[in-house]
Design a protein around this ligand. Sequence first.
Ligand SMILES: C[S@@+](CC[C@H](N)C(=O)[O-])C[C@H]1O[C@@H](n2cnc3c(N)ncnc32)[C@H](O)[C@@H]1O
Length: 256
Amino acid sequence: MDALQRYTAKGHYQVQGWLWPGAIQLIAALAGLQRNFGVQGGMGEIGVHHGRLFILLHLLSTPGERSAAWDLFEDQDQNIDASGRGDYARLLANLQAHGCDLGRIQLLKANSMELDSDQVRGVLGGGARLFSVDGGHTAPLTYTDLRTASEALAEGGIVMLDDFYNEQWPGVAEGALSFLLDHPDQLFPVAIGGNKVCFTHSAEWAHRYQEALARSGPGAHKVSELTGKPVLVFRFPQHRGSWLGRILRRLYRLGR
Ligand SMILES: C[S@@+](CC[C@H](N)C(=O)[O-])C[C@H]1O[C@@H](n2cnc3c(N)ncnc32)[C@H](O)[C@@H]1O
């Protein structure tokens, strides 16, 4: 078993954070399609907490690709809606524990309100092929982070947004819908599943991904619409946090 297989099977349960099994399936499927389509680029995330999703993104990267995460880390006084709590030391330990190549990773302290796509491209050495938006969950932060992420995409790149349909975080839907309606040609929905909404930068790319996902995707789905554009909605088993995950997490914490 390689590091990616170990992490998707059990390892992610040892990292505190938010990543549903359905999201792992969807992201792995998208990364597989990117390989087939020849899409290349860096892996990025705004809002990394302890690295639960970022580790997966990095393990899906190839040796020539860079990964970067932006978070407030110790500047939690700027975390205005208390969405998670980045922890640099814990993140670093988790990256090491799960077989990440630290030589290809940058962890950057930033308030994402001050981050732009040129900075992202500079750090990644080009555009991003998978970029997660999971930082502050207010409407203005979601709007700004989606703009940064969408402007930083590589050809065929994907932005994934967390908590769009989570009733605990209404600012995410507000910020995302405002951005999508203000910029109808910037992001095109691809798929919804596992608490993620995934977008790409053109209708052609969205269609290409959707055709392939519908043929050999990660599970049952239906075709729906988001802001008047087609989107595949995947139906994964309800996420309740598995008993195995809870036990593994407890054992892991006891061992630290
Ligand atoms: C929900 S957590 C991220 C969860 C993570 N993606 C995972 O895989 O578990 C949100 C993160 O965003 C960070 N954050 C909140 N506001 C931010 C801001 N304005 N700029 C950058 N990071 C921010 C927090 O410190 C926290 O680590």
